[in-house]
Design a binder for this molecule. Structure first.
Ligand SMILES: [Zn+2]
Length: 246
């Protein structure tokens, strides 16, 4: 990584850490699914970093991340290849939203299970309310995205930050890696809570929209979303296995 800027090196380390923490949670799915981050300073060209196809989340290092442009071409030298379906999902977001610098896409069991339920995420936990009004839905059209579906993906996300890909997986994005991490963390936790609550068999208490709005408004008091959560994650990974930095 000798020929890259300090800002790109920092972004690579944080992105590799994001892979490692989700692997630690067990939220990966073999070599499928992907997390990406924009390369700082690439402007409208929007080069972004993502995992090489064929590596698991727990193996990702800062130097193994592939750099690609919005046309799907690999930028610079890499011994690895790209996941084409992954590129299409992430480039759809970066092409439509200049405010986004990180996109997380997962296929967790709880996330897919809630996305398969007709009403989607229910307002039945505080964790759900943290992200409830920031959540949109995208209907399943097939395993390979067409150019038209890329457009629809961005239309469905609109100005929000979280997308439930029905019958497929979850997606969260942010203006920083920490913000995207924070949103995916609470989305996944809320999905797990919903599946547990519904499997209990008793009626569940749904909170009214006014309460959802209130919790989202209270969240605006903390605009540095994820910034407090991220440093302890780096410290945890450094204690356990700092190889993500290499
Ligand atoms: Zn997927």
């Amino acid at each position: 990584m000798s020929d890259i800027s300090d800002a790109e090196r920092e972004q690579r380390i944080n992105l590799a850490a994001c892979y490692r923490i989700f692997a630690r949670y067990g939220w990966d799915e073999g070599i499928e699914t992907h997390i990406s981050a924009a390369v700082p300073g690439t402007g409208a060209k929007r080069h972004f970093l993502m995992n090489p196809y064929g590596m698991m989340f727990g193996e990702i290092t800062a130097s193994s991340l592939i750099k690609v442009d919005l046309d799907g071409s690999v930028v610079g030298e890499s011994q690895y290849r790209m996941n084409p379906a992954g590129f299409l999902i992430h480039s759809a977001i970066y092409g439509a939203r200049e405010d986004i610098t990180c996109v997380v896409h997962l296929h967790t069991i709880a996330g897919v299970a809630v996305g398969a339920q007709k009403r989607g995420l229910l307002p039945i936990s505080q964790s759900a309310l943290f992200i409830y009004n920031d959540l949109a839905y995208h209907a399943y059209e097939g395993s390979v995205l067409s150019v038209e579906e890329r457009r629809q993906l961005a239309v469905d996300l609109g100005s929000k930050h979280i997308l439930m890909l029905r019958n497929h997986g979850t997606l969260a994005c942010g203006h920083t890696i920490a913000a995207a991490y924070w949103r995916m963390f609470f989305l996944e936790r809320a999905c797990q809570m919903q599946i547990q609550a519904l499997s209990g068999g008793a009626d569940v208490e749904e909170l009214p929209q006014a309460i959802c709005d209130r919790v989202m408004d209270e969240g605006k008091l903390f605009p540095m979303i994820g910034e407090l959560e991220w440093p302890p994650i780096l410290r945890l990974l450094d204690r356990e296995d700092p190889s993500f930095r290499s």
